[in-house]
Design a protein around this ligand. Structure first.
Ligand code: FES
Length: 194
């Protein structure tokens, strides 16, 4: 399995000085198919590269390709079936706190995704909201709530699929995403944004 993200479209008009942003994962897993052989569960690809303004973030390349990505940047899908998992992604002197999980989308498929959990307000670590599937995050410091867009066609207020958009509180921007890919029975983080 290779990195599946594709180049994205420039979204809504008025977004000029856009920077490239990669959101979540590109691979959908069929609901209920996680108990089947994993190869059979890889159902479709999702266009996950998007271009969005206002994301002044720095890209950190963890792995150039999923084929040579070490397991320290990954989580077994069997663990994600139990609920979101925290992973500290370390590269050199950088340590990026991340949460991996499965997002149940409105198309009935499960999409592996991961996010940098540093709040975009003042940097507190955010917590995943309850439930086995990743649906959003809450910040304990000043109450920001980030909701993951689960509609492959996009969500209200211009939120893009798998974007962890701000729906409450003072945070000025969505959570920074982590680009992931599936290989074998694991979900790997390829690129993070800080
Ligand atoms: S640091 Fe998260 S809302 Fe302020």
């Amino acid at each position: 399995m290779s990195d599946c993200n594709q180049a994205g479209d420039v979204p809504a008009a008025g977004r000029r000085e856009a920077i490239k942003l990669l959101i979540g994962s590109s691979v959908a897993l069929g609901v209920g198919a996680l108990t089947a052989p994993l190869a059979a569960a890889l159902l479709s690809f999702h266009r996950a590269d998007v271009v969005k303004s206002g994301y002044a973030s720095v890209e950190v390349v963890l792995c150039e390709s999923v084929d040579n990505c070490p397991d320290q940047y990954s989580v077994p899908i069997s663990e994600l079936e139990q609920g979101p998992k925290f992973v500290l992604l370390q590269k050199g002197s950088l340590a990026i706190p991340a949460v991996f999980g499965l997002v149940r989308a409105t198309d009935g498929k499960l999409y592996p995704a991961a996010y940098n959990i540093v709040c975009t307000h003042f940097g507190c670590p955010v917590n995943p909201l309850g439930g086995p599937y990743l649906s959003g995050f809450g910040c304990p410091c000043h109450g920001s709530v980030f909701q993951i867009c689960a509609d492959p066609k996009g969500c209200p207020n211009g939120a893009l699929f798998l974007e962890a958009a701000v729906v409450a509180g003072p945070a000025p921007r969505p959570l920074r995403p982590i680009k992931v890919a599936v290989k074998g029975d694991r979900v790997y983080a390829l690129r993070a944004y800080i």
